[in-house]
Each structure stands twice: as C-alpha cells, then as structure tokens.
Design a protein around this ligand. Structure first.
Ligand code: ZN
Length: 104
C-alpha cells in the first residue's frame, strides 16, 4: 500500500494503475503513461493501426472512400493518344471514371 494514491495528498507521486492493453497492474509514475511496458505500448499502437486500415479498406471496397494512394501524374489508365478501337477507348474512359470516383 506504499504507492497507493491518497485523495487530497499532495505528496503522493506514484499510484497503481491498470495497463490499457493487457490489463495488468503497474506503478504509474507519469500521468501520460497508459501501458505497463514498451511492448504493450507498441502492440496497442499496431492494433489501432490495423483497426484503422481494416476500416479504411472496407470503405474503399464499398466505394464510399476514394483512395488517393496512387493519385499522382501518370497513374491513369488513359494514354496520351486515343485508341483506334472505339469500344476499347470507351471502356478505358469508363475504367478511369470509376477509378477517380466520378461514375456511379
Ligand atoms: Zn500491459
């Protein structure tokens, strides 16, 4: 009970807290810390990144979000010159419209 925080005691600097990732008890030294170890901190960050990417990929798959990962010059499927075959040209335009999110 040495490290227990006593409410209203200005001398209390350390207190026992639970890790946000694994749930074990640890001695909290700074207010910013939320995890028992660096390993737990890294794993938690990885998990949250994975969650974010999963959600993002789902939105892209469902067509709600347009990915801008490859959104730089020269990545389109349209070439500088038009194709001689009209149907091929039409299909490539449709594909490009779908890629940039204009066609629905
Ligand atoms: Zn932990």
């Amino acid at each position: 009970m040495l490290f227990h925080r006593i409410p209203g005691d200005p001398q209390a600097r350390f207190y026992i807290s639970r890790c946000k990732y694994c749930g074990t008890k640890y001695v909290k030294i700074a207010n910013k810390t939320a995890f028992c170890s660096d390993e737990c901190r890294c794993k938690s960050k990885q998990d949250s990144k994975a969650r974010y990417q999963r959600k993002r990929r789902k939105l892209i798959r469902d067509g709600e979000l347009v990915s801008n990962e490859n959104n730089y010059v020269g990545t389109g499927f349209l070439s500088k010159h038009r194709r001689t075959n009209f149907k091929d040209e039409y299909l490539s335009i449709l594909k490009e419209k779908r890629r940039i999110g204009v066609a629905f």
